[in-house]
Write a protein that binds this ligand. Structure first.
Ligand code: AMP
Length: 584
């Protein structure tokens, strides 16, 4: 059997598995819940909701409350401090997965068991194969995946805490599987110094440039950051390639060893070529120029990551952007079965065997604004969600989460067999708020997308944004931070006050009735737009990384809550503008 037949067979098997899973969504969901209840009904946490000892689906739905992290935090803390995990779940906890969400400044810790961890590895592999199937020849060649780890911590009871991806990159299964097809040596991925890791991953990616057929990262935010790093370091990278000598500041022993096997000789021809490409005044299509065989970029580009789409399209020069999957530290949700869909149209098909899912209907008004009112006591099952409706996802897992609100709002866009497909809408708790107004992540993103259209004909790109509610003044106002650059160059655009004010007005005009009436009533004052210079948001990422966030899992905050973060963005400010809009 030749290689071609092999891979075809694998693709066929994958599609058969997906057919099977999605056709039996209801049955699988029932089985998942039965298994969870059978194993865990006797735990201290769950048993109090089953006073008669009858832990069936009906009593689960009637008695077990829908919760957030704060409700189980006391149990997590007790386990972290040495009590038996059986207070919450029936299995031995092997580690805690740290989520990017925080609980009062502390990371959320999600229990993980060996079996669940093993099962989780399956989903990204499925997503990866579904994508490869869509791009001819992409099963050959290598992946320039920019992966980073975060140093592990330990709870007082000795349980290790880290990101899911950090644990995953350390598994034998990754090292002997996917890692073999990556240009980055495993030692560079596992190097905890992000700067050394990034340098070595880009260097090895460049050295193997003719083999690279796909590029990616877990979340899209890493890619512009990597291109910026390339911009700062390409001369040094070229010099390493030219001389065959690795920069001395790379002191990590693992990185040096690994590079000694790849950077084996001076290669002035390659260095010249890369230099020529990087010297180009415009970096439009730089990815395609540096890695000419790339077929697609695989990275989550939905939700808050969608702000990076224009920049990635610019650097990619037409290379398709593929969002592979939707998952969190708590559970895997679904994968993208249509990798070729446009980044803004991506939907994820839920996999019914990964957790037990329920959906809290979320009311949205005509303007698409999430309302406060939610019928939180009447969640619906996976197979009963309705087309075009909005829901907040609630999970029950084998790892101690029972009717746990993830906080993500999703919209049903279709069904694949019996499994619903969802578009990611927003994180529910991310809101700008002054007085009665609540402007959600989605409202903000839509308004900004409209306003930035004014800048595009002028060759100005909005590379990233954030916001906060400034209530230090009365009346308070919403403040936007925009990082702008000229298309093709990193130069700061000349800012025309009239045009920037127009942007402020368009944003305000796009906000909803509540905002406008509060503005009209003088309860909120005119929107402020602060333009920051290129690279300021990288500093913000560094700031969050220094506070314990991971570069791999980093989500740019759409709305800032920390004064330090606001101060940091203010330090890069090059202009501020105000809305002159009158709301009468
Ligand atoms: P973490 O637990 O730190 O990995 O963060 C998980 C959160 O990241 C989810 O609850 C979502 O808010 C967000 N997320 C994960 N995957 C996606 C996706 N495909 N699209 C949009 N947001 C996502």
């Amino acid at each position: 059997m030749d290689g071609g037949t092999d891979i075809k067979e694998i693709y066929e098997n994958v599609m058969n598995i997906l057919e099977d899973l999605t056709s039996n969504a209801h049955k699988l969901q029932e089985q998942v819940l039965e298994e969870i209840l059978k194993s865990n009904a006797g735990t201290e946490y769950l048993s109090r909701f089953f006073p008669n000892g009858q832990a069936d689906k009906q009593s689960f739905k009637t008695n077990v409350p829908i919760i957030t992290y704060e409700d189980i935090k006391p149990y997590i803390d007790r386990i972290a401090n040495g009590e038996t995990p059986s207070i919450l779940l029936a299995y031995r906890i092997t580690q805690f997965i740290q989520s990017t969400g925080t609980s009062g400044g502390q990371p959320k810790l999600i229990p993980m068991t060996a079996e669940s961890f093993e099962k989780r590895m399956y989903e990204p592999l499925l997503a990866d194969l579904v994508i490869k199937r869509c791009f001819n020849g992409s099963d050959e060649g290598k992946s320039l995946y920019l992966y980073f780890i975060k140093p592990e911590m330990e709870t007082p009871s000795g349980l290790v805490v880290s990101l899911y991806t950090t644990f995953y990159f350390k598994t034998k299964s990754f090292k002997t599987g996917l890692a073999k097809f990556c240009t980055s040596p495993i030692e560079a991925i596992l190097c905890s110094d992000t700067k050394q890791s990034m340098f070595c991953q880009l260097l090895t990616g460049l050295l193997q440039r003719d083999e690279v057929v796909r590029m990616g990262s877990s979340f899209a935010s890493v890619l512009p950051r990597s291109i910026k790093f390339l911009d700062d370091y390409w001369k040094e990278l070229c010099s390493n390639i030219r001389t065959g000598y690795l920069s001395d500041w790379i002191t990590d022993a693992g990185c040096r060893n690994a590079l000694s096997l790849i950077l084996t000789r001076p290669n002035p021809e390659m260095a010249d070529l890369i230099q020529q490409i990087c010297e180009d005044k415009s970096w439009e299509g730089i990815i395609k120029k540096l890695w000419p065989k790339i077929k697609y970029i695989s990275s989550i580009c939905t939700g808050s990551m969608s702000q990076y789409i224009p920049l990635l399209e610019f650097y990619g020069g037409g290379i398709p952007l593929v969002s592979p999957n939707y998952s969190s530290s708590e559970a895997c949700f679904g994968i993208n079965l249509k990798p070729l869909s446009k980044p803004f149209d991506v939907s994820y098909t839920f996999l019914p065997n990964t957790a037990y899912f329920e959906f809290l209907p979320v009311n949205k008004d005509g303007g698409g604004k999430a309302q406060e009112t939610r019928t939180i006591d009447k969640p619906v099952d996976l197979v009963n969600v309705k087309l075009d409706q909005y829901y907040e996802v609630v999970v029950t897992t084998l790892t101690g989460l029972y009717r746990y609100r993830i906080g993500d709002v999703l919209k049903v866009t279709g069904f694949y067999n019996k499994s619903p497909q969802f578009q990611f809408v927003e994180r529910q708790n991310v809101v700008l708020s002054i007085d009665l107004d609540k402007t959600t992540e989605e409202d903000l993103s839509k308004a900004i997308m409209k306003a930035k259209l004014v800048l595009e004909p002028l060759g100005i790109m909005l590379t990233t944004y954030s916001s906060y509610a400034d209530t230090s003044l009365i009346p308070g106002r919403y403040v936007l931070f925009w990082e702008l650059k000229m298309k093709g160059r990193d130069d700061l655009p000349k800012l025309d006050a009239e045009i920037m004010e127009q942007c402020c007005c368009i944003v305000e005009e796009s906000f909803d009735f509540t905002y406008k009436s509060l503005r009209k009533g003088g309860v909120i004052s005119g929107l402020e737009l602060r333009v920051v210079k290129h690279g300021t948001f990288d500093q913000l990422m560094d700031f969050y990384v220094s506070k314990g966030a991971s570069i791999t899992q980093y989500k740019p905050p759409s709305c800032l809550k920390s004064k330090e973060a606001v101060k940091m963005l203010n330090s890069g400010m090059v202009g501020k503008f105000f809305s002159s809009k009158t709301m009468f």
